[in-house]
Design a protein around this ligand. Sequence first.
Ligand SMILES: O=C([O-])CC(=O)C(=O)O
Ligand SMILES: [Mg+2]
Length: 533
Amino acid sequence: MSLPMPLAAARIPPYFLNTDHRQRSLTQLRSKHTGLEQYIYLNGLKERDPNLFYEILLGNMLEIIPILYTPTVGDACSNYSHIWRRPEGLYVTIENKGHIRQVLRSWPTGAAARIAVVTDGSRILGLGDLGANGLPIAIGKLDLYIGGAGIKPTTTVPICLDLGTNTEKFINDPLYLGVRRKRPDTAEMDEFMNEFMEGMKEVFPQLLVQFEDFSTDNAFRYLEMFRNKYRCFNDDIQGTGSVVLSGFLNAARLASSAAGTPLHDQRILFFGAGSAGIGVAKQLTSFFTLLGMSEEEARSRIYTVDSKGLITADRKGLQEHKKYFARTDYQGPPLTSLIDIIDYVKPTALLGLSTIHKAFTEDVVRMMASFNTRPIIFPLSNPVSLCELDYTDAIHWTNGSVVFASGSPYKPHEFEGKVYEPGQGNNMYIFPGIGMGAILSKARHVTDSMVEQASIALAGSLSADETSSELIYPRLTRIRDISAQIALAVIRAAQKDNVDENSLFRNLSDDALLEYIKAKQWQPTNAHSLPRL
Ligand SMILES: O=C([O-])CC(=O)C(=O)O
Ligand SMILES: [Mg+2]
């Protein structure tokens, strides 16, 4: 409602402008008792006053990101049909098949859109098929694009593809917001996805599409189908692959300076062989080949484990995406328990992408520490309630020798007089920079080398202080700077691969280009926000 000025002024409390409304909002936020209430509060603040919302996000990242993003966004998704307040993203449903373009055209900012995060809700974090409740993960990722890379809010589009859900509980919930049907078969879904992607290209010609939290088979399938046709990437395969490679490189450096194990002697055990597990394994092997290893040699460094145990090539009915890393050199009876597998493999690094809470038991962790001076243990499943290992346990059971990164945040921990800081191996360090680089260079596609260079740039971005504190990822408060450096590396890789359509950058020096990228980063205006009347 807009009122004539004198009347409008009369409705603002007389001393309002002399008070710090940002502080008031933070106090209100902190008075909420659960993460979900804080999420709802922030969501309301974003609607009332987006500038203030982003100011608060940028000024308090360590506090706010775990609410908008993992772990609390997991609660927001699980409960979305119940906490829903207002439209805040685009739903494209299976019932829209045949006229998806019209639905896309209803998005208010139209062709100005630059980045869409698209989920079909079928595998939200490690929480499974949440159907139409998946939208908050797309919103959370885009808030990180805005906060972490400086993408302009009005150019972002969160999209939930509502193709039904196989989770009975939602179909039976009277408040469930989605279409009440089971998910379609592959043929029907392919038709839908083809029409959707064609429509996206037509309605939003400048758009980068980030696929998020699709079930494993579909994650690989649509990445392969679309990666050479559209400007797109998959965050769970490529983003997670890239961020974990980066943390692994820094972890291996720390571990090898303690034990002298060179990079090519690492044995890496993946507990979990879904899109993230296999995505990370592929990123690591591809990097090893850059170091001069043969593909065979690189692949032999990797062991994968799923719910049935060590994945071996002789196993019947192995899913397609698991075949590449299936072992051909193990002959005995199937190895099913993690402890037996660790005893057989003697890994230097144990990576968890299983969504099995506390799967890394005391025995497992102590065994890792028994043959590694600095065991590398990354329990990466999200949210925290599904993480394979708590940070405090990791520190205690290894006497502080662990090199640790989890997918969701943990607080620093004091042990025997020393404060240990955990790493967060979450794709949030990578996707904002990949996105910004792809958008600015107008890359036709997101190539493997753009993803790989993002990872190398992140690994090399530690400050002297972060290196001396033995961190493997930079501190989150520096994410805007880090994203700019990653974007620079991504643009250079796009140029080398000849997929850039913005040739202006080719003549700029790295310093000049970095400056340009930073100048492009959107800032909330600091005009003192007035309440909307
Ligand atoms: O969203 C996150 O925190 C990381 C991620 O992509 C996932 O777990 O699916
Ligand atoms: Mg994800």
